[in-house]
Design a protein around this ligand. Structure first.
Ligand code: GDP
Ligand code: IMO
Ligand code: MG
Length: 423
């Protein structure tokens, strides 16, 4: 059997959590392969709204094993808080959650460093979630990070002290205040808590699952346009958010990858700094934010909003090898009598392109729009056959432009507000 990958094609918050939860009953395993507590994946069902940060979004489906893969950076303090929030649902978390021994640990000084680096950047700040993502991946790549498996060794505290000492030296150069005894105590308590869970060689677990003919869903975090290589660098996150990241972040070979589900909003949003060609800095943008409830699931920050961007989507589809598209939040566009679709960018020299140029980050590029009539009616409770013709027209136009079928339309945050399209 295969590993299907579900990932965001835009700047994150496309609705990955909702769809992983919807698809999870078809899978034996749900696995996160990158990112960490910067993610906020929202699930809604039976009147419950729950936001997950590090725990895979299959956790509410009792038959699914949930794996935090080696490519993830795990904050034990956030992990503990997440598990405690899940207690009230009586899930068998200790039985069906597995954490890779090779996942990198976020220590408290990573969060302090994140804050220090952002502050020092001033106006050029990335707009990081300040969860310690950049500094922890820096230590991983710099070959001095702590890993989950280290918590089982007798000299873990020594290793932790050694890494913290390196960070204290750097922090001296910045104006950051902190109460170390408190942070350290909280961290060590969270490490004891983490030890109660199944810390495993997850690459073996996953490959054994495949050998047994079981299906795995790899859950991406962030979005392709925030990828460390292909995103709008430096305004990106520090991991490989694209489908290739599922291989390195889980230890599964490329030949085991099956479907690549590319998930996107019917419009665009972005949190934090960086280029956003179709951003609406006007009243229309405000209305989109309000209607879509576009406020960060992790930080509560207002999300920047704008029209759909086809050159950017085409780029993400190419890098990821997307096989199916899933369109989210169609209901939010119901308020607009006219909908704009960015088909090309106009560059400074007046030329047009439907590719994403390197200069994207430093130069102003002007979106070229096509306008279509909106559906302007509620989609509540509608099935596939009842969708307004303007919405079907919007879907057909996107399929034509993007060259990949749209197999799912989401019309609301609840599990049930999901339309699987017949082929
Ligand atoms: P993720 O990070 O990709 O999992 O997405 P987030 O959970 O950060 O953000 C998506 C937000 O949109 C959440 O608040 C979801 O509950 C909500 N949502 C998901 N699908 C839909 C939809 O089709 N319509 C509406 N109105 N909201 C949706
Ligand atoms: P999910 O998984 C949206 C953004 C931050 C910032 C940049 C770098 O919920 O889609 P970082 O904390 O990683 O150093 O921040 O990336 N960012 C996200 N934006 N959704 C996310 O995750 C994000 N995770 C990080 O806002 O611009
Ligand atoms: Mg999110």
């Amino acid at each position: 059997m295969k590993v299907d990958v579900l990932l965001g094609l835009q700047w994150g918050d496309e609705g990955k959590g909702k769809i992983v939860d919807v698809l999870a009953p078809q899978y034996d395993v749900v696995a996160r392969f990158q990112g960490g507590p910067n993610a906020g994946h929202t699930l809604e069902f039976d009147g419950i709204k729950h936001v997950l940060h590090q725990i895979p979004s299959g956790i509410f489906r009792p038959q699914a094993l949930n794996v935090i893969g080696n490519g993830v950076v795990l904050d034990p303090i956030v992990f503990r808080a997440e598990i405690e929030k899940l207690m009230k649902y009586n899930l068998k978390v200790q039985d069906n959650l597995f954490i890779s021994k090779k996942a990198t640990i976020i220590v408290p000084t990573h969060r302090l460093l994140d804050a220090a680096y952002e502050k020092a950047k001033g106006e050029n700040k990335i707009g990081s979630t300040l969860k310690g993502i950049g500094p922890s991946y820096q230590d991983k790549i710099g070959r001095q990070g702590l890993r989950v498996g280290d918590v089982l060794s007798s000299n873990f505290f020594e290793k932790f002290e050694r890494l913290s000492a390196i960070h204290f030296e750097i922090l001296k150069r910045y104006d950051i205040e902190y109460n170390w005894p408190e942070l350290e105590a909280q961290f060590l308590e969270a490490i004891s808590f983490l030890k109660q869970f199944k810390l495993v060689d997850s690459e073996y677990l996953l490959n054994n699952e495949l050998k047994q003919g079981h299906r795995i869903l790899a859950e991406g975090a962030q979005g392709s346009l925030l990828d460390i290589d292909f995103g709008s660098y430096p305004f990106v996150t520090s991991s490989s958010t694209v489908s290739a990241g599922a291989c390195t972040g889980l230890g599964v070979a490329p030949r085991h990858i099956g479907e690549v589900y590319g998930i996107f909003k019917a419009y665009s949003t972005r949190v934090g700094s960086g280029p956003f060609p179709t951003e609406l800095l006007n009243e229309e943008g405000e209305r989109m934010r309000k209607e879509g409830n576009e406020f960060g699931s992790t930080t509560g920050r207002p999300r920047r909003c704008g029209w759909i961007d086809l050159p950017a989507l085409k780029y993400s589809i190419m890098i990821n090898g997307v096989t199916q598209l899933l369109m989210m939040k169609a209901d939010v566009l119901s308020i607009f009598p006219v909908i704009k679709i960015c088909t090309h960018y106009e560059l400074r020299d007046g030329s047009r392109t439907d590719t994403v140029p390197y200069e994207y980050v430093n130069e102003t590029i002007t979106p070229v729009y096509k306008e279509v009539k909106g559906w302007n009616c509620s989609l509540k409770g509608l099935g596939e056959k009842e969708l307004p013709k303007e919405l079907n027209g919007y879907i057909a136009l996107l399929e034509r432009e993007l060259g990949i079928p749209i197999s799912l339309i989401s019309t609301g945050p609840d599990r049930k507000e999901t339309i699987l399209r017949s082929k």
